[in-house]
Design a protein around this ligand. Structure first.
Ligand SMILES: C[S@@+](CC[C@H](N)C(=O)[O-])C[C@H]1O[C@@H](n2cnc3c(N)ncnc32)[C@H](O)[C@@H]1O
Length: 204
């Protein structure tokens, strides 16, 4: 079985308990970060890896035309049940997105680039799809610059990948740059330097 199929199956399995599992972190800080980052968005928004739809309550629905994609049918089912009628939700692989180029004002990922089997391929799709004056917004956990923490992340990565489909030691900043996007903001949000907000624009 290839990595894409394996990751899909992990998230299909995880879907039932995902919201419950993340509830403490959500209450502690994630919900605030989501609201602050997503409520100002206006225009055409593509959210990649919508999951169970945790971001949906934080958008300002009067101001956006929203499409969310995910390649786990079970995660998407949960998102649809949250009942945001203006949200278009599509079963689609981020590594091969079926929309035309220069199409979106904003592309959003939250806790997604850690799990996409080929993140650079997906980031190249974002580079293709974002408008020239658009913004890609990514809230992602990354490999720490702290040697000890990075070592801890490296040894635990096989476990988090197996159980949750998430790689906790990816160099996401480098992946964003390799895909040709230009980083305009790189800000630490929580857990030292691990949870970060990246903003990027279309590369030349
Ligand atoms: C950790 S969850 C995050 C969900 C949500 N964004 C959040 O903030 O809670 C990662 C999500 O990315 C989705 N995903 C991973 N790789 C994907 C891909 N290649 N195409 C589409 N969705 C993908 C998974 O199915 C899962 O729903």
């Amino acid at each position: 079985m290839n990595e894409t199929k394996k990751t899909q199956r992990r998230y299909d399995r995880f879907a039932r308990v995902y919201d419950l599992f993340e509830l403490p972190l959500e209450r502690l800080s994630f919900a605030k970060i989501r609201r602050k980052t997503l409520s100002p968005l206006k225009g055409k928004v593509l959210e990649i890896g919508v999951g169970t739809g945790k971001n949906l309550p934080y958008y300002n629905w009067e101001n956006i035309d929203y499409t969310g994609i995910d390649f786990s049918k079970k995660m998407l089912e949960r998102a649809k049940r949250k009942n945001f009628p203006k949200a278009k939700m599509i079963y689609m692989d981020a590594q091969n997105i079926d929309f035309k180029e220069n199409n979106f004002d904003y592309i959003v990922t939250t806790f997604v680039l850690c799990s996409i089997p080929d993140p650079i391929k997906a980031l190249k799709e974002m580079q293709r799809l974002i408008k020239k004056d658009g913004k890609v917004i990514m809230i992602e956990h990354v490999r720490s610059k702290n040697f000890l923490l990075a070592f801890w992340q490296d040894i635990h990565n096989p476990l988090t990948k197996f159980f949750f489909g998430a790689n906790i030691n990816r160099d996401t900043k480098q992946n964003i740059e390799k895909a040709g996007l230009i980083i305009t903001k790189d800000q630490a949000l929580a857990f030292g330097d691990v949870l970060r907000l990246f903003e990027a624009r279309k590369g030349d």
